[in-house]
Design a protein around this ligand. Structure first.
Ligand code: NAP
Length: 308
């Protein structure tokens, strides 16, 4: 049988990396299976201004620092996507790349991914003016008119960032109020390049080979109108990355993993950290904090089994 690890951590955002850091310092020799696009959502973020100790740092740079910190204490990180798990018996089994890994305990820190509107035209024009990542694609819209869909923190943060490039940013909001926090609302409302389009839903993204606009429906008046645009950024929340865990551990009705006690999931030896279990706070610092808690819980659980 292949080597049985003490702890495998699935995911390499702030939750997984912090879990790795703590577990490595506890000499558990953790293995992080970090995904082909390691680093999680911070890799798609520009400035982070609310991670204690950093007044301003770029998301990818922060991930780099936490990764190096975790590695310094001996965390091993491999960049493969986990494709399958079997948690039905010990040792727990995890498949990634062409390898099968065995472990006594697992921390799931797979995070969440951006949601899409679900329109055929949106799918067709993805990468041709439709995007969910302002950091990645904003640069391509210098002096163009663009729109952001959504009224939460992500939408306003992206809209504000995009004003660096675009001549105008319309924020399309399905209600007549925003969900975003007050400081982000204030910053967006004071930005002369940002305009709000209230009570409106995107019916269709217009354009054959690239985005030329959107067809909007006002959900109060039912009136339809076209808005000319060069780009559309969708920022309407996230879905937890739990597809591979269906049938293996208990998920809630939205697909999030709900810990049964502290960070422990419904199967003994499985712990959970970060946005994959957090629909409410979803901050880099809360993810890091829960990674710490999951590592401490895994360490205690392993000690109780008498085999760490
Ligand atoms: P969110 O808070 O869930 O907001 C999603 C927004 O999209 C809401 O305005 C929602 O409208 C709208 N929406 C959802 N489905 C839609 C649809 N089908 N069509 C049109 N609009 C739709 O998601 P988020 O903005 O990604 O934020 C997620 C979490 O991350 C939050 O806890 C947030 O505080 C945090 N976050 C924090 C920061 C920061 O602190 N700097 C930055 C980004 C994110 P309704 O309001 O009508 O539901």
């Amino acid at each position: 049988m292949s080597k049985v690890h003490n702890l495998i951590i699935i995911g390499s955002g702030p939750a997984g990396l912090t879990a790795g850091l703590y577990a490595a310092r506890a000499e558990l020799e953790p293995l992080i299976i970090g995904g082909l696009e390691a680093g999680g959502q911070l890799m798609l973020t520009t400035e982070v201004e609310n991670f204690p100790g950093y007044e301003s740092i770029l998301g990818p740079e922060l991930i780099d620092k936490i990764t190096n910190h975790a590695k310094k204490f001996g965390t091993e990180l491999i960049r493969e996507n986990v494709t399958k798990v079997d948690f039905s018996s010990q040792p727990l089994k995890v498949w990634a790349g062409d390898q099968e890994y065995h472990s006594k305990s697992v921390i799931i820190a797979t995070g969440a991914s951006a949601r899409w509107l679900g329109l055929d035209s949106e799918t067709r024009l993805r990468g041709k003016g439709v995007s969910s990542c302002a950091t990645c694609d904003g640069f391509f819209f210098k002096d163009k008119d663009i729109a952001v869909v959504g009224g939460g923190d992500s939408a306003l943060e992206e809209a504000t960032f995009l004003t660096k490039f675009a001549s105008k940013v319309s924020v399309i909001v399905r209600r007549d109020e925003l969900r975003a926090s007050k400081p982000l609302q204030k910053r967006a409302q004071e930005n002369p390049k940002i305009e709000f389009v209230w009570n409106s839903e995107v019916q269709e993204v217009l354009g054959d080979s690239k985005v030329e606009g959107v067809r909007l429906k006002n959900n109060k008046t039912e009136a339809e109108s076209d808005l000319k645009l060069d780009g559309l950024f969708v920022a309407i929340g996230h879905t937890p990355n739990t597809g591979i865990f269906e049938g293996q551990i208990d998920l809630d009705e939205k697909g999030y993993i709900k810990p049964v006690k502290n960070t422990a999931a419904s199967v003994s030896g499985i712990f959970v950290a970060g946005d994959v279990e957090d629909i409410r706070y979803r901050q880099a610092i809360t993810a890091a904090g829960s990674g710490c808690k999951a590592a401490l819980d895994a360490e205690k659980w392993l000690a109780e089994q008498g085999n760490a």
